[in-house]
Design a protein around this ligand. Structure first.
Ligand code: AKG
Ligand code: FE2
Length: 320
């Protein structure tokens, strides 16, 4: 491979050196794709790109998702951009505890982008426009690395199983009413393969995250215990890469095999403005299942979800 790389973590992730993402020739781009399939997380430093340039680079990997209009999406950004910002349209800090910040706080639970969509995301590209001087890191964990360490009997047990992912379920762990009913109707629960293989090299991964809440044919209790165990296995501290952002960083990750989460920062004090583009996957990972049922979150599910969001409640916030 012709491009230079530096490891980000012993198990996965590399920084790609010497590239301006606005000017990448075909041969170099093929190397970037190969690095993406191999290393799952790519960092490009010093990329002061506009939304249009970010969209143009991202499109080279495939068609982009457009944002579902929610309480936080803004008309002034292109539909291909998800704006994760604690500032409003008038450029003012959004007050602590505001629903818009709480909605984004769902990203502080380990997840894979758009796993709640019938065609889940292939890749996400997150561009740091403004970053706080402390906190606000993004963490990554490779489900593929953990899958490869599973006992063979567990791999056989997981093979061919289908999980259910639901955005309403995961946002419900953050707080009731964060997802208005008409938005929930846009994202009904869907089926996803529990084990996936990367077609480029065949390496398999399990596929879980905060949106995963059932496994077809398995009692809810057992399914949630197993899904949680897999997630906890993948996200053991020594398996996690923590990215400390510098303005101009562009980080790209493979949602097929990587979990990620944002870390808290002092939202009252510091601005954090990140723009994301999301490359759509090439098809569903499991056959459609009509009318998938999701059991309501139990006390233990809510406690587990909220433990991941402890910082939100440490300051005495309440979410109704
Ligand atoms: O805010 C972060 O660091 C993570 C946001 C996130 O989950 C995403 O951009 O997909
Ligand atoms: Fe995300």
């Amino acid at each position: 491979m012709a491009i230079g790389t530096n490891p980000l973590h012993p198990l996965f992730g590399v920084e790609i050196l010497g590239i301006d993402v606005r000017r990448v020739d075909e041969a170099t781009f093929a190397d970037v794709v190969q690095a993406f399939d191999e290393h799952s997380v790519l960092l490009f430093r010093r990329q002061p790109i506009s939304d249009e340039e970010q969209i143009a680079f991202s499109r080279r990997f495939g068609p982009l998702e457009t944002t579902i209009r929610t309480i936080i999406s803004e008309a002034r950004t292109p539909r291909e951009i998800s704006s994760l910002a604690n500032v409003d349209a008038e450029d003012r800090l959004i007050p602590h505890g505001d629903t818009r910040n709480l909605f984004n706080a769902g990203n502080q639970m380990w997840h894979s982008d758009s796993s709640f969509k019938r065609v889940p995301a292939l890749a996400s590209l997150l561009s740091a426009r403004e970053v706080p001087p402390e906190g606000g890191e993004t963490q990554f964990a490779s489900m593929r690395v953990s899958y490869e360490r599973l006992p063979e009997a567990m791999k056989r047990f997981l093979e061919g199983r289908v999980a259910v992912h639901s955005f309403a379920y995961s946002r419900g762990l953050v707080g009731d009413g964060l997802l208005p009913l008409d938005h929930a109707a846009q994202v009904p629960p869907i089926a996803q393969a529990l084990v996936r293989a990367n077609p480029a090299h065949g390496r398999k991964t399990f596929y879980v995250g905060s949106h995963a809440c059932e496994i077809l044919g398995m009692p809810t209790n057992d399914a949630r215990t197993l899904l949680r165990e897999l997630l906890e296995l993948a996200t053991r501290p020594e398996f996690v890469y923590t990215h400390r952002w510098q303005p101009g960083d562009l980080v790209m990750w493979d949602n097929r095999c990587v979990l990620h989460r944002g870390r808290p920062w002092d939202e009252d004090k510091y601005r954090r403005v990140m723009h994301r583009t999301t490359v759509a996957g090439d098809g569903p990972t499991a056959p459609d299942v009509p009318a998938v049922a999701v059991a309501p979150a139990r006390e233990t599910d809510i406690a587990w979800g909220r433990a991941q969001l402890a910082s939100l409640w440490a300051a005495g916030d309440t979410v109704s």
